[in-house]
Structures are given as C-alpha cells and as structure tokens.
Design a protein around this ligand. Sequence first.
Ligand SMILES: [Zn+2]
Length: 157
Amino acid sequence: MTYSFTYTVMAPDQLSEVEQLLCRKAAEATRGSYAPYSNYHVGAAVLLADGSIVAGANQENASYPCGTCAERTALHYAQSAHPTLTIEAIAIAAETEAEAQASDAAPALPYPCGMCRQTLVEAERHQGTPIKVIVTTQEQAHVFPSASCLLPFAFDA
Ligand SMILES: [Zn+2]
C-alpha cells in the first residue's frame, strides 16, 4: 500500500490575493503570541466562506499541556464565533526571537503539530469539505489541498 499526496511549493507572492492576505494575517497574529517558554511565536489565520478571517496565536502555560497552539486557537475561535460558516483555508506563520533579531536567519516552516492536524481533520469531516493548509515563511509557502494530507489514518471515534 502506498499513501501519497501532492502539495505545492511557491513563493508567497505567487499565492492568490486572498491567500497572501491570509498569510499576512497569520504573520501579524504572531504578535499576540504568549510564548515565554519556547520563544516560538506562531500565528494562524482562518479563511471563512464569507471571506472573513479569524486569527489566533499560540498561548503557552507554565503547566505545559495547558498551552494551545496558534492553529487550534484560531480554528476553535472561528468555529465558536461562526459555527455555520465553512472553513476554506488556514495559514500558519511563525517567528522566533532569534529570527526577529537576525534578519539573515532562514526560518523553518511552521508545520502544524499532531494535535492540530487531528483537530483540522475533524473540522474537515464535520463540514464535509477540505481545508487548505498554507504553511508559510517570508521566503516560501507550502500549500496542501487538505489537512487530511498531513495526517493519514487520523483517529475517528
Ligand atoms: Zn499544534
């Protein structure tokens, strides 16, 4: 058996206008990050079917499991505030303090963790349509047509 999928690697300015806006909102959302333990500031922005965008950032806690990733912060906010709207896409951006200070540093792509992948997959199942995932830095964007690409054999109760 083989599992495979196709994704796209491109410069951020090759994204559609709305996707570029979504990436900018994700990058801006890093300012709302509370990350005193990892110093890894992540922002996520969710595009809804009516064109509105909801963003969130990672929120850490001294009791580590209490913390929440940017993706789930944004996704759960979108689902809570707009439960009837389909989620079209999510963009994820990140910045470490070292990267913020050293402009020549090449930032790593902020791929979602396993918990966020599971959460995105369930959102897809719930709404019945795929959620495009855009993982971005200032230099490049990796675009996945569906969150389920990133989590084959996801848990389902
Ligand atoms: Zn996560």
